[in-house]
Design a protein around this ligand. Sequence first.
Ligand code: SAH
Length: 341
Amino acid sequence: MILDLSLSELEQRVQELGEPKFRAKQLYEAALMLKDLPEISNLPNSFKEKIADEYFSYEIVAHLTSVDGTHKVAIRFSDGSVVESVLLSYKYGRTVCVSTQVGCRMGCKFCASTLNGLQRNLTAGEILLQVLFFNKLLGGSLKERKVTNVVLMGCGEPLDNFENVCKFLRLLTAPEGLNISARNISLSTCGLVPNIYKLADEGFCVTLTISLHAPNDELRKTIMPIANAYKIEEILQACDYYFSKTGRRICFEYSLIDGVNDTDECIKELAKILKGRSCHVNLIPLNSVKEKKLLGVTRKKAYSIAGKLQKLGISATVRRSLGQDIDGACGQLRNRVGGAN
Ligand code: SAH
């Protein structure tokens, strides 16, 4: 589909169809505003007919708004797959949280995205469409972009869909497109080590966020199957490489699970392994997922843990949790068949 293509790829395609090159820019700009083909007034019908099969189609099958202003939409693509995306509004801007896969095969014990396994990878254009949708909803355009930040923290493991995610990052940061700066993009991974190296070598300079959630491999293995494949030490080495290549401080996510990873020993061990690294810890009290038995901690406890980490010399904050009432918070996104509950 057309949103998978960069402007220069679209120019090539348009010429293959026997049309003048300038049509590509017109089409590209209209597509990035998610216009339907009939709405595009500056293109001749003969051209629209030629391109119709390659255009995009999607349907919003649910749109929920939280009391805190968070929006969550369920988007259905032409093959029937449904993914969820979230818009979070903060003082400093508006962040879109995109899904990168339909489902997920990482199997983390606390996460809703993995309940039905992986259905398929999203294409670059399908990931981009989620950002474009919210930009349009906010009344933005290409010149006056309303979305300021993008996080790859929705459903799916971005580094398990490496090529499409890299393509998406190129499209998202393209000056002729939404032109979002890499420093306003965060990519979160449960730690697919070889692909952290590959991402560093791609040279995107996005913020790398590691879902750590445990200070040692034994405990991590009990909640995250990926820990059987890669040791924390290997992840940290890959992070050091990422930092050396990009200069970007690494962020570690640590979801606090009551009685599992929130003990004083755990926190001390966490501080010990991160000591001396240019990094930041984001603490998130675990959000509830109805099928999962694990419980979160109170925000008060999370703040006290942040204080302990800071005393031990580690930069740490508690993440604001938005959109909980619409199951739009971390770990609550899923692929709802047909978009219903
Ligand atoms: N697969 C990627 C992207 C998902 S990002 C990754 O693992 O990083 C979503 C973040 O929310 C991850 O840090 C994930 O571990 C965390 N998370 C998952 N379930 C959660 C839950 N129930 N409560 C809080 N955080 C959760």
